[in-house]
Design a protein around this ligand. Structure first.
Ligand SMILES: Cc1ncc(COP(=O)(O)O)c(C=O)c1O
Length: 468
């Protein structure tokens, strides 16, 4: 044995199994988690849709001084399950209608667990060929299922915010600086991301949407013409299929024609609505998806995945690598042989996000997934029919891709906001208000296939009652 100094000797006296947990305990705790998750899944409808506790109580329950000595894993898991994980919105609850639900499915959870337990990595082909292959295959299946251009290449990211901005960075890298066109219904994260990537505020146009809250092709054409007249260069149009507020779908064929005429990059945000293309009725209202230069879809919204997973597709092969590739010396032996996913975005170390998606697509098949999505579209249509016959309420925007907005003709903005907050605080359902054309309205996003008509009846009845 080589001579060692004292510091080295002391360090090597530390047992190699210092972090090990004995296999029996690992199994017992692992099975405990499985039981907890399945209990949650089975009985979630009897629980509150959302729970919030004041910061002082939560910090007291979960905090304390930084742990120095070990504490009991059993107790801490219980604390996490009972306190940390109870105090949140349950996007998988059948009466969670706020913002965008996240009706996760068990095959996806299994895929996530397996990938995490095996420290999956999809950074380079050399360091993670299996998870990389799974990610590429899952992206290709999704691309074809949605009906994007066959040349599209994909990369999985943490969410729509990151995926949209990765698309914008790609457009700007390939085409250079220029003006970017949004609408007042474009998701707020996109403008935030554009500003963060250094897009000057003066080169962002926020166009007023039309009466149905869609991008107006005539207004777009006029804005582009005005910019060209001023000597400015249009770079990118952001269209949305399934806006967050109302589920509105922009007229992609008309917008794509304008983009083609002027050589403008067409980015389509399908973070919310993209999965609707998996069913006939959704696909029918979203023609022109194949014309997108880049497209975003969030499987953690309407494709039954646990957080987090979004997919960016870019039509031009190699465009992502042209934008993001780097070749540091220390990665030379794992980089460059095939596809290196770390060269498709700003993420270097990245887990195998594709594993849960791959497993879900295989476990259910597109037909079942499409039917589960179609049920969401139908549930919102059912909500519309309930509201239409309730004299206390009126429709503001009809059911579109699982989203409906409505209001009381006699209640104030504040009363609408209060009604949503009251139902949410009550725990029966989680509902949010939104603002459309300056008016506060109620909004239901109904994409969980486990939601029943009774859930919808009960929610609308309570809201109408609160509004008086
Ligand atoms: C249409 C749309 N785009 C982008 C986003 C942002 O996605 P994420 O929250 O996953 O970052 C959302 C979120 O609701 C959305 O609805």
């Amino acid at each position: 044995m080589a001579p060692m100094n004292e510091g080295t000797r002391n360090a090597l006296d530390i047992p190699s199994d210092i972090l090990a947990i004995d296999p029996e305990t690992m199994r017992r705790l692992g099975y405990w988690i499985v039981d907890r998750v399945i209990d949650h899944t089975v009985s979630i409808g009897d629980e509150r849709a959302i729970t919030e506790t004041d910061p002082a109580s939560l910090f007291a329950l979960l905090g304390g001084s930084t742990p120095i000595a070990p504490s009991a894993l059993d107790d801490d898991l219980e604390l996490l399950a009972e306190v940390a994980l109870k105090n949140q919105q349950h996007g998988d609850h059948p009466r969670y209608f706020a913002r965008v639900p996240g009706p996760s499915s068990y095959p996806a959870v299994l895929g996530e667990w397996l990938a995490t337990g095996m420290q999956s990595v999809a950074s380079s082909w050399g360091g993670g060929s299996g998870p990389t292959a799974v990610e590429i295959i899952a992206c290709e299946w999704l691309r074809d299922a949605i009906g994007l251009a066959p040349s599209c290449e994909g990369v999985l990211l943490s969410g729509g915010s990151m995926a949209n901005i990765t698309g914008a960075l790609t457009a700007r890298h390939l085409r250079g600086e220029g003006v970017i066109y949004l609408t007042d219904q474009t998701h707020a994260s996109i403008k935030r991301g554009l500003l963060a990537m250094g897009q000057p505020a003066v080169a962002i146009r926020v166009l007023e949407s039309d009466a149905r809250f869609r991008l107006c092709p005539e207004a777009l054409q006029a804005s582009i013409t005005a910019d060209l007249t001023r000597g400015l260069r249009p770079l990118m149009v952001v269209a949305t299929v399934g806006t967050t507020n109302t589920g509105a779908v922009d007229d992609l064929p008309a917008i794509a024609d304008i983009c083609t005429e002027h050589g403008i990059w067409l980015h389509v945000d399908g973070a919310y609505g993209g999965p609707a293309a998996l069913c006939d009725r959704g696909r029918a209202v979203m023609p022109g998806l194949d014309r997108a230069d880049s497209f975003v879809v969030d499987p953690h919204k309407w494709l039954f995945q646990p957080y987090d997973i979004a997919c960016l597709f870019v039509r031009e092969p190699g465009a992502l690598e042209q934008t993001f590739a780097m070749y540091p010396e220390y990665l030379a032996d794992v980089t460059g042989s095939a596809v290196d996913m770390h060269n498709r975005s700003l993420e270097l170390t990245r887990r195998g996000r594709g594993i849960k998606l791959w497993l879900t697509l295989r476990a259910y098949g597109l037909q079942t997934l499409g039917r589960a999505i179609d049920r969401g579209i139908g549930l919102a249509e059912y909500a519309q029919q309930v509201i239409e016959v309730d004299h206390r309420l009126q429709i503001v925007t009809p059911a579109q891709l699982g989203i409906i907005t409505f209001a009381s003709p006699s209640a104030s903005d504040a009363e609408h906001a209060r009604a949503a907050a009251r139902l949410t605080a009550d725990g029966f359902a989680a509902v949010t208000s939104t603002v459309l054309s300056g008016r506060t309205v109620l909004r239901l996003c109904i994409i969980n296939p486990r939601t029943t008509t009774t859930d919808i009846d009960g929610t609308i009845e309570r809201l109408a009652g609160y509004l008086g």
